[in-house]
Ligand binder design. Structure first.
Ligand SMILES: Cc1cc2nc3c(=O)[nH]c(=O)nc-3n(C[C@H](O)[C@H](O)[C@H](O)COP(=O)(O)OP(=O)(O)OC[C@H]3O[C@@H](n4cnc5c(N)ncnc54)[C@H](O)[C@@H]3O)c2cc1C
Length: 534
């Protein structure tokens, strides 16, 4: 096993990790790890854009207010102010790095701004409908060109290096880097540093259907929790109403524009009311009701009738109209045997964003000395009980920079890493039963979907709790006996994250924002974070 030292180790090469790296690299040697390709996180998948007050008629106060309304009273106002006021400068820096934001068509304005649900003004800067890909490309380019930044793909971080991994145990909880599985050698390496930043993204893959990429398994949340950090509001998972129901392709988003252009949600044939629309029973706006209402209505019908999916049907429009408006969806679904000019699309809601996470302060500091975090892995207080569209990339830029600033300003206070113990592979053997890993992966995602989804009950949550405890014991045993593999590392983290979500959901005795339970339908007078302490 090799042990390599850097000034700062960053786990994650998305918007949060690379922003931090670029700011730190002014005078620090930085290592950035990604568990697959450098652009394998959610950042590259973001479509809509980034929220920022850039129009003369808009104001910070309105952006703050919109964020607080979406967050249903659970946001931290100081954090919201901090992020919103940092947005214009963050956009400026991205433009300097070469992100080709769409320009305004009107004279006197710089960027073209769109408006999204929940925003009271046009304030979303974007690069067509593929903003994330353009941001990711510009950040990777800037990082590659910086001699102080080392980028390593295919390195799966396993655990944080804490004082218990040191040769002389110092017991102060300090974090000095990570152990990571090197996919190309099949062995575990150690990377030490004075400061470590977790920028590992969300945990969408704890659910059967998620719009997030394959690697969104909550690794940073689980690593931080195991090392001793508190986490908060893990029950707050945002769901997108319409994702294709296909057990192979589990993350193909059917844009809300399909409903916007007249798409009808119907029950599938063979059940009472089959072939008929159902949204008007839930909201007078029908299919055009807000995201969370549509997602809950679909979930309700699926659970009530024991369905796998409902139908989204746009086939009453002409084939020309459909192909002109939705060429990508039409082509993709045709490949899967669905002709949307004739057939309805089977859809389910899908997990879309992890609002909860590792608790950080305005400097990106976690509970442990030397450990920072930024982006979707965190609970900074920005989103509260529900995320306002296009605020999440923004959070990555503001907190990536904040963490870097704090590390540079307090460099002398961060203690250098002491000698550490290498990763011990002598006790373990190769697994002869990989099927346990694949089976448990599927099982977690299935019961999280069925019992800890959009609409919850205490009974369903208790059911999920019993299952996750059993899986947790099984995975711990397996992890203790066999050599680590990327799938096993992720499974161990998924189980941990699932436990945190279930515990948090059981702890919240009200329905607020994204947490909706039939047993406690009211909103309590006082808004409180669900904080879990290891
Ligand atoms: C389909 C979709 C559309 C979206 N659209 C928008 C939008 O329009 N606007 C918006 O603001 N937000 C949007 N979001 C949300 C936004 O994209 C994410 O919140 C944001 O990109 C998260 O960035 P991040 O840097 O925190 O993590 P990510 O970009 O997810 O990066 C995570 C990084 O961590 C690495 N990593 C994870 N675990 C490990 C490990 N164990 N070891 C080593 N490396 C690891 C990954 O390899 C990756 O490099 C969207 C999300 C999705 C899924």
């Amino acid at each position: 096993m090799s042990i390599r030292a850097y000034d700062v180790v960053i786990v994650g090469s998305g918007a949060a990790g690379l922003t931090a790296a670029i700011h730190l690299a002014q005078d620090k040697k930085v290592l950035v790890l990604a568990k697959g390709a450098l652009d394998g996180g959610s950042t590259a998948w973001a479509q809509g854009g980034i929220a920022a007050v850039l129009d003369a008629g808009d104001s910070f106060e309105r952006h703050i207010e919109d964020t607080m309304v979406a967050g249903c009273g659970l946001n931290d106002r100081a954090t919201v102010e901090f992020v919103v006021s940092g947005a214009p400068a963050a956009i400026e820096r991205l433009a300097e790095l070469g992100v080709p934001f769409n320009e305004a068509e009107q004279f006197g304005e710089r960027w073209h701004l769109t408006r999204e649900g929940g925003h009271s003004h046009r304030r979303i800067v974007h690069v067509d409908d593929a903003t994330g890909a353009a941001v990711q490309k510009a950040l990777v380019k800037a990082a590659r060109e910086n001699p102080n930044i080392t980028l390593m793909a295919d390195m799966v971080a396993i655990d944080l290096i804490t004082s218990r991994h040191c040769i002389r145990y110092s017991g102060d909880g300090h974090v000095w880097g990570v152990y990571a599985f090197n996919r190309s050698t099949g062995h575990v390496d150690a990377f030490t540093a004075r400061a470590t930043i977790l920028a590992t993204g969300g945990a969408g893959r704890a659910y059967l259907f998620s719009t997030a990429p394959r690697g969104a398994t909550g690794d940073g949340i689980a690593m931080a929790w195991r090392a001793g950090c508190r986490v908060s509001n893990m029950e707050m998972n945002q769901f997108h109403p319409t994702c294709l129901y296909d057990l192979e392709v589990k993350n193909f988003l059917i844009t809300e524009a399909v409903r916007g252009e007249g798409g009808r949600l119907k029950l599938p044939p063979g059940v009472p009311g089959g072939g008929k629309r159902f949204m008007d029973r839930f909201d007078k706006r029908g299919e055009l009701a807000p995201r969370d209402i549509v997602a809950r209505a679909i979930d309700h019908e699926i659970k009530r009738l024991g369905l796998d999916y409902v139908h989204l049907d746009i086939s009453h429009k002409t084939p020309e109209f459909i192909m002109e408006h939705f060429p990508t969806i039409h082509a993709r679904l045709l490949d899967l045997g669905i002709d949307i000019t004739k057939d309805p699309i089977p859809v389910v809601p899908a997990q879309h964003y992890t609002c909860g996470g590792v608790i950080i302060d305005l400097d990106g500091r976690t509970d442990l000395p030397g450990l920072y975090a930024a982006g979707e892995v965190t609970e900074s207080g920005l989103h509260g009980a529900n995320r306002l569209a296009s605020n999440s990339l923004l959070e990555c830029f503001v907190f990536g920079e904040a963490a870097a600033r704090n590390i540079r300003a307090h460099w002398e206070d961060l203690s250098p890493p002491p000698p550490i113990r290498p990763w011990d592979e002598s006790r373990v053997t190769d697994s002869d039963e990989e099927v346990i890993v694949t089976h448990n992966w599927k099982e977690i995602r299935r019961f999280m979907w069925d019992y800890v989804g959009i609409v919850r009950t205490t009974k369903r949550l208790e059911r999920a709790k019993r299952r996750v405890e059993l899986l947790s014991q099984e995975v711990d045993e397996y992890y203790g006996n066999f050599r680590v593999t990327p799938d096993l590392i992720e499974l161990r983290n998924l189980v941990e994250v699932a436990r945190l979500v279930i515990r948090s959901a059981l702890a919240r005795k009200e329905s607020r924002g994204l947490h909706c339970t039939l047993d406690y339908p009211e909103v309590l007078a006082e808004a409180k974070d669900t904080v879990l302490t290891p």
